[in-house]
Design a protein around this ligand. Structure first.
Ligand SMILES: *Cc1c(COP(=O)(O)O)cnc(C)c1O
Length: 469
């Protein structure tokens, strides 16, 4: 007891610790208040340990050691929190890693608009006030065949906006097989509730028929809503009613036909070996009045919620106060316009849009890249086991869950030491490296790694593995 009290008394004073070198080096790089708080935290941690009866070596109470601990607390503040990641998971639209990487043209668009002033909301012919959507409307109508278009912050926002603007106070009919939940608490029933729209569920989870919709229509019904089941598939004994089949019913009953497409393909991706999903243009052609989709899923652009459809509805949606609350910013708009322009020349998509390059990469080509990475690591004679393995990855972002893109990866096994610790070291780098940890090994998949990142990735892996204690 008296021993512990003696130790408690020997905890160093904050001022004393602040004069030590590790913290002196940080003076001028971080505010003094932050350094003081870090020292207070380090001292408080020691006090807690002592009070809990933990064995604390005397050296830990040394002011220089406490200063080093406090400097460790400060480390996260010395680098930006939002920083570059080399995505070695193989998942292309990794939502946690920012989904689609942008095209060079989109980056230029952002730079041009960010640097100074722009034509954001000015009509250059008349000099009068213009509209921010106008910059993408003409490309979107061109690419989808819709009468009109607008864009907001993201697709979740777009769905909320459309339902609120067109359906508040009334009822929308949705198939039970389409009551989707997207990661991050976006659930169709809850979005409808937030929009003040009453949900009328019809059919069963696996089967819904046209007559189910028909029988559910009441005086309160205003919208027939279709939701693309982007992130799951119901297989087996199933049937659903397509938008084209619903169209005559919507017309006869004077209802708005709306579809949330999720990813929203602007072109048919079966050319690239992906399964068939209706394109936005086909959906519009089938007679859907209002279609929503994301800008940063398979479209390969920035985060955005795109709404296309009949002018009469789009104008009503655009005038709703929520449209202002969810409005898209000028940088995103610049990136989206540049991305859409690439689609005007579909034959150039693979060359110009990173996401297309990545999902169309052939297994043989990937094997070659992984082999090159393996060779770079092998010459270092590190204490690791390297194997080229066949590796299947996902598109990600809740898109095409049934698709397993075939390819290759490098498996790294550590005879000693923990893979988790290695993964943690890799995450600490600038840029951070994020591979997959799977059954005690590290899987490095290069599908989502840009060719120009390869050398740096090898260097970071070597440093991280060499750092194994
Ligand atoms: C992804 C998705 C959303 C949400 O889109 P965000 O752009 O991520 O907001 C909504 N509906 C469906 C069907 C989706 O797949």
């Amino acid at each position: 007891m008296s021993d512990q009290q003696g130790l408690l008394r020997s905890l160093p004073a904050v001022d004393r610790v602040l004069r030590e070198e590790p913290l002196q080096k940080l003076t001028g790089r971080l505010p003094q208040k932050m350094l003081t708080e870090a020292v207070q935290q380090a001292v408080a941690d020691l006090r807690c340990k002592l009070l809990a009866g933990e064995c604390v070596p005397e050296k830990a109470l040394d002011p220089a050691q406490v200063a080093a601990d406090a400097a460790d607390y400060c480390q996260p503040y010395l680098q930006p929190s939002l920083r570059k990641v080399i995505n070695a998971t193989g998942t292309l639209l990794h939502t946690n890693l920012g989904r689609a990487p942008l095209a060079k043209e989109a980056l230029q668009g952002i730079q041009t608009v960010a640097e100074g002033y722009s034509t954001l909301e000015i009509d250059m012919k008349s000099g009068q006030r213009g509209h921010r959507y106008s910059h993408v409307t003409r490309w979107l109508t061109q690419l989808t065949g819709a009468e009109d278009a607008l864009v907001v912050n993201n697709n979740a926002g777009a769905v909320l906006l459309v339902l609120t603007a067109l359906g508040k106070g009334s009822e929308a009919i949705v198939s039970r097989g389409e009551l989707v939940e997207i990661g991050g608490a976006f659930r169709i029933p809850e979005v409808m509730e937030a929009g003040g729209v009453k949900l009328r569920e019809v059919g069963a989870s696996n089967r819904t028929h046209l007559r189910d919709y028909e029988n559910a229509i009441s005086d309160e019904t205003k919208i027939l809503l279709k939701v693309h089941t982007s992130n799951y598939r119901i297989i087996g004994f199933t049937s659903d009613v397509s938008a084209a089949e619903l169209k005559p019913l919507a017309v006869a009953k004077n209802l708005i036909l709306m579809e949330d497409l999720g990813s929203g393909m602007l072109i048919d991706l079966t050319h690239f070996g992906l399964p068939y999903e209706p394109t936005v243009a086909e959906t519009v052609k089938a007679g859907v009045d209002v279609v929503t989709f994301s800008g940063d899923k398979l479209l390969g652009g920035p985060q955005a919620g795109i709404v296309v459809g009949k002018k009469q509805y789009l104008q009503k949606i655009g005038r709703h106060p929520l449209a202002r609350a969810l409005r898209i910013d000028k940088l995103t708009l610049a990136a989206l316009e540049s991305t859409l322009q690439i689609y005007l020349q579909p034959e150039q998509l693979i060359e110009r849009l990173p996401i297309f390059q990545m999902f169309s990469a052939q297994p043989q080509q990937q094997k070659l890249r992984c082999g090159k990475l393996m060779a770079r690591l092998q010459v270092e004679r590190l204490p690791i086991e390297l194997t080229l393995i066949e590796d299947f990855t996902q598109v990600g972002g809740g898109s095409m869950p049934q698709v397993q893109l075939p390819g290759w990866a490098l498996e790294i096994k550590l005879p000693e030491g923990s893979v988790d610790a290695l993964a943690r070291r890799l995450r600490g780098f600038i840029p951070a490296v994020v591979p997959r940890v799977q059954n005690d090994s590290l899987i490095v998949n290069l599908r989502a790694v840009a060719p120009e990142e390869e050398i740096l990735l090898a260097q970071l892996l070597i440093t991280a593995i060499g750092g194994e204690g």
